[in-house]
Ligand binder design. Structure first.
Ligand code: UDP
Length: 416
């Protein structure tokens, strides 16, 4: 079966696609769902994104864009809860979704779920609706734990066995998996025994209309950055992001005049982590060179990327790494660890550097190399931006639609 206008039920149970980006559980996946839903809608498909009510003020239905809606369903208390706690509310989520669907007389051609919790919800719905279920894990529990046990010794909580066993079962149950990188495809095969034919690799995207190379001098004036050398970090304040390693890299860069690290991300649930990072900066006597700005709206970020001399992504683990794409789209070079899609996005020595790990010395050496170059002018910013021009959301949506059509063509509904 091939359908020219797809009707997609997208599931994002634990994290709201219009939630505050940069807070504990709201980051790249929310951007992905929001942008993809909008782009699919623009291309004429119908998308309903389902998430749980996180706040009593949430409206039930919210327009994301043309043909794309966000629908809030009650599952547990109407407030933010720890993502693991969402697990026990999934039956309510699924039942409320089915009630909403029936009440509004909706039919879907397929389910596209995001993260293991939603994939579990999708596994119920695929049986009720007799439609194919495509999933995207965004991160894998087994990989997170392997990183902790391995050479990196990443801090933070271990992923529960429940997640790992559920993910292992889901790779068998769902009909197709989208992986954002070849690396994640290999990890799905290695850790969970996923079949290679079931997985397609579709990289994530960046909104090239929004993330543009702005005039650096004007961006600096707008942000009152002065003439300092600015290193930028953008992301959730999570131990997996390796921000402590970046702070520890700064003492190696003491000879660079007016060097400043600007850290963006946080929110009320990240105060403890931010305090620890502040203390680290104090212990290293570099507290005056590190600024924690808290959350910055996505729409404002192009000013920060354009004003910075370098963006650093020192993560222990990324499924893809949207911040790197955003920075390059704004013409600012990136130093990043060899995780996610960094090796395919960064041109070594041209648009930045991929370092083998986040050892402070490794980060510092490459940051120093970038800062020793003449400051990025408009022409060089445009050259950096051009290297990521293929990562548009329209290209992502087209690739996803091709996959959906193939999955639909091969789908055999169970005999009832
Ligand atoms: N982000 C934001 N404001 C902030 C911090 C982060 O808009 O204060 C956005 C950032 O621009 C990016 C996303 O959050 O689009 C983070 O995605 P990424 O893939 O880098 O990391 P993840 O959250 O998936 O670990």
């Amino acid at each position: 079966m091939s359908v020219s206008q797809l009707r997609v039920a997208m599931l994002s149970a634990h994290s709201c696609p219009v939630g505050k980006l940069g807070t504990k559980d709201t980051g790249g996946m929310s951007v992905y769902i929001r942008e993809l839903a909008r782009e699919l809608g623009k291309q004429g498909h119908l998308v309903d994104v389902y998430t749980r009510v996180h706040d009593p003020k949430d409206r039930q239905t919210y327009e994301l864009g043309q043909n794309a809606r966000l629908i809030h369903l009650r599952a547990g208390e109407d407030e933010e809860i720890h993502k693991l706690a969402v697990y026990s509310h999934l039956p309510d989520f699924v039942c409320n979704l089915e009630r909403f669907r029936k009440h509004n007389n909706l039919q879907y051609d397929l389910i596209f779920s995001h993260y293991w919790l939603s994939a579990l919800a999708g596994a119920y719905l695929q049986q009720w609706w007799h439609v194919p279920h495509i999933t995207m894990f965004h991160t894998l529990g087994a990989v997170k734990n392997a990183i902790k046990e391995g050479a990196y010794l990443a801090p933070g909580e271990a992923e529960p066995e429940l997640r790992i066993e559920t993910e292992r079962g889901l790779v068998q149950k769902c009909h197709h998996i989208i992986a954002p990188t070849e690396r994640e495809k290999e990890e799905l095969i290695r850790h969970y025994g996923a079949s290679s034919e079931k997985i397609s690799v579709v990289p994530c995207g960046v909104n090239l209309e929004q993330f543009k190379a702005l005039d650096k001098t004007q961006a600096r004036q707008y942000l009152s950055f002065g003439n300092d050398k600015i290193i930028l970090f953008v992301g959730r304040i999570d131990p997996l992001k390796g921000i402590d390693k970046l702070i520890k890299a700064l003492p190696y860069l003491r000879n660079i005049q007016g060097l400043r690290l600007v850290v963006i991300g946080g929110g009320e649930h990240s105060q403890r982590e931010i305090e620890q990072l502040r203390k680290l900066a104090c212990d290293l006597k570099i507290q005056n060179s590190v600024n924690f700005l808290g959350l910055v709206k996505h729409a404002q970020l192009p000013y920060f990327y354009s004003a910075a001399d370098a963006c650093v992504v020192p993560s222990y683990y990324e499924s893809f790494g949207l911040v790197t794409l955003e920075s390059l789209a704004c013409g600012t070079p990136v130093v990043a660890t060899d995780v996610g899609n960094h090796k395919n996005v960064i041109r070594q020595g041209e648009t930045g550097y991929v370092v083998i790990d986040n050892t402070p010395r490794h980060l510092a050496d490459k940051i120093a190399l970038l800062l020793s170059r003449p400051s990025t002018d408009t022409k060089s910013a445009q050259l950096i931006r051009a290297t990521v021009s293929k990562f548009s959301w329209s290209n992502v949506a087209e690739a996803i639609v091709r996959d959906c059509q193939l999955v639909l063509a091969n789908y055999l509904a169970p005999v009832s």
